[in-house]
Design a protein around this ligand. Structure first.
Ligand code: GLN
Length: 257
């Protein structure tokens, strides 16, 4: 008999950090587990909430600068616990504003410093608000083949939508998640998109991200299962026709196919 697998997802600041369909990421993780008979629990942790002692996947979405200002001190109060769990390879998907908050700091276009928890070796600065330059639009990027075995994945690109003022630069302790083919990604200069550190994925892609990137959703679930149950898993393939069509639609639109 197959053993019953269980996954817990902890959704951080769902009331403040959740824009451009970010909640869809939690739904995608939930459904892809459920379709495979893996039971899933979703816990929400907001301002003043306590982090769970044990969880399998953290998720935090993006936010306007104001929302980031609302949550960052609270997040700093959770820094030690969160860092300890990340260092023990708990999975974390951080979108845009959340990605910035896991880094060292975000200097806003208004000159405010939003301190991050510094788990990711990244720094983010926005141009002065008077300059009015944001990174907005659809994004296509090719996954970093130095850290992913892309031949074994059903897709080797990621797609999504970005809208951010912050320009993020990666330090040496993190690796780029992907390299930009269309759009901006981390900044307007170096063509990197997102980053990976242990089982943390930070990305600028909303859209929402996981429904259009089912290979990344499965990677996150697989990492979480392998960590929790200390073994290798080969889980059932799902029928991803719709998801792959949605993904490839963007590739076609940008002539990347
Ligand atoms: N407020 C941040 C920025 O503009 C993050 C935006 C977002 O999460 N989409 O860079």
């Amino acid at each position: 008999m197959r053993r019953k697998l269980e996954i817990t997802i902890t959704h951080l600041y769902p009331d403040h950090m959740n824009i451009y369909g970010d909640l869809g990421n939690v739904i995608a993780l939930y459904k892809r587990c459920e379709w495979r008979g893996i039971s899933v629990k979703v816990e929400k942790v907001g301002l003043k909430g306590r982090l769970p002692k044990e969880t399998d996947i953290y998720f935090m979405g993006g936010g306007q600068d104001e929302d980031q200002i609302t949550v960052f001190r609270d997040l700093l109060s959770k820094k030690d616990d969160l860092t300890e769990q990340i260092e023990k390879d708990v999975s974390f998907l951080a979108i845009c504003g959340a990605f910035q908050l896991l880094g060292k700091y975000f200097l806003t276009g208004e000159g405010k410093v939003i301190e991050g928890i510094g788990t990711l070796d990244i720094e983010t600065r926005a141009p002065d608000t008077k300059v009015k330059s944001r990174c907005i639009g659809n994004v296509v990027a090719s996954l970093n083949s130095e850290i992913f075995i892309t031949e074994r994945m059903q897709l080797d690109t990621i797609v999504g939508f970005e809208n951010h003022s912050g320009q993020t630069f990666l330090g040496k302790d993190v690796q780029p998640l992907a390299f930009i083919l269309k759009g901006f990604g981390n900044n307007m200069k170096d063509k990197t998109e997102g980053c990976v550190y242990r089982n943390v994925i930070g990305t600028y892609l909303h859209g929402s991200f996981l429904p259009k990137n089912p290979h990344i959703a499965d990677l996150i679930i697989l990492n979480a299962l392998e960590r929790k149950y200390e073994g290798k898993f080969n889980f059932d393939e799902l029928d991803d026709k719709e998801e792959v069509l949605a993904h490839k639609d963007l590739l076609q639109r940008f002539n990347v196919l």
